[in-house]
Ligand binder design. Structure first.
Ligand code: ADP
Ligand code: MG
Length: 313
């Protein structure tokens, strides 16, 4: 009795399997992309080839292909290999599946490559998404167009090794000075030119806390040699004569001699920055030393006033 039962069960299962198999096969062969491929290659592909490669066709039909249509995002990619989409190829008389990066992965990789070209010290990573178009589109009043145009002109004219003045962007808190630096760095990255953005207050604070530390020397060297250096929020630091004469001064001096473009942002205009750099040290006013640093800044960068509304409100 038992044996008959078993055999019957087996038969039933087999029948079920057959049905399911036929249904799945129909679904696969009705898939628009599969149909297109089989039609295109109808002379080379026999019925047996189709049967033999049904698993590959199944894999192909269930995955996201044309413009990532089945995936919500790259992270939410449903494909066997995240960020890769399959396509069918004829190989001899057989069918093969090849995988290549999907459109979203291509965009993602290009962005990552560009971001690698932008190094930053103490600057939030989100400014890496700044775009020059957004800078123009968000506010096209006259006081901003000038800055935008100068920024674009720099990007277009610059070639490695070329002597070219950077910009000294000054204006009130929150008008988008740092954002514009990020946008310039992004545009330069599209030309494979790398930039280093340094948030000056944190840079000096860290240097002060660890004089003699090797990583600090590395950071100073990195700042001296960066093909494009952007000193963000200059003047917002508590400057000391040491910071001015031993750190900022030599960095600017080196960059002047090597013709390395340097950008600045500041809440101060040139005059205000000069005052900021002139402080009493043991009752002595150090105007000459401040003037020397200002001279270097003027040599390296063209002052541009950026106005607009405070975007941080
Ligand atoms: P600043 O450096 O002049 O103090 P930020 O560049 O930090 O100002 O800008 C203030 C805020 O506004 C930031 O969060 C920045 O990302 C945003 N922001 C500035 N300019 C734009 C713009 N053109 N489009 C979109 N967001 C902007
Ligand atoms: Mg800023």
């Amino acid at each position: 009795m038992e044996r008959i039962d078993k055999s019957l069960n087996k038969l039933a299962n087999t029948g079920d399997f057959q049905k399911r198999y036929e249904r799945t096969k129909n679904e696969i062969l009705n898939d628009e992309n599969v149909r297109y491929f089989l039609n295109e290659n109808s002379s080379a592909i026999s019925k047996e080839t189709v049967d033999k490669n049904l698993m590959k066709l199944y894999e192909y039909s269930t995955q996201s292909k044309n413009g990532c249509e089945k995936c919500p995002s790259l992270e939410g990619c449903i494909n066997v290999m995240e960020g890769y989409q399959p396509h069918l190829v004829l190989q001899g008389n057989g069918i093969d599946l090849h995988y290549e990066p999907c459109p979203r992965k291509i965009v993602h990789d290009e962005k990552a490559k560009r971001e690698k070209l932008i190094q930053s010290l103490y600057v939030p990573r989100d400014i890496l998404s700044a775009g020059i178009e957004d800078f123009y589109l968000s506010d096209s009043s006259a006081g901003r167009m000038d800055a935008g145009e100068k920024a674009m002109a720099f990007v277009m004219d610059y070639e490695p090794g070329k002597k070219q003045k950077g910009l000294f962007l000054y204006g009130k808190f929150g008008v988008g000075k740092t954002y514009l630096l990020g946008a310039i760095a992004n545009e330069l990255a599209k030309k494979q030119i790398s930039s280093l953005i340094v948030y000056v207050p944190d840079f000096l604070r860290e240097l002060k806390g660890s004089i003699g530390d090797n990583t600090i020397n590395e950071k100073i060297e990195m700042t001296k040699h960066a093909p494009i250096l952007m000193l963000d929020d200059f003047g917002a630091e508590t400057m000391t004569s040491w910071g001015r004469d031993e750190v900022i001064g030599p960095i600017l001096q080196f960059r002047m001699l090597e013709n390395l473009p340097t950008f600045f942002t500041s809440n101060f205009d040139m005059e205000g920055l000069k005052n900021h750099l002139t402080f009493s040290q043991r009752g002595e006013k150090e105007e000459v030393k401040a003037a020397r640093v200002m001279e270097r800044i003027r040599y390296l960068a063209e002052p541009i006033h950026l106005n607009g509304k405070n975007r941080r409100l």
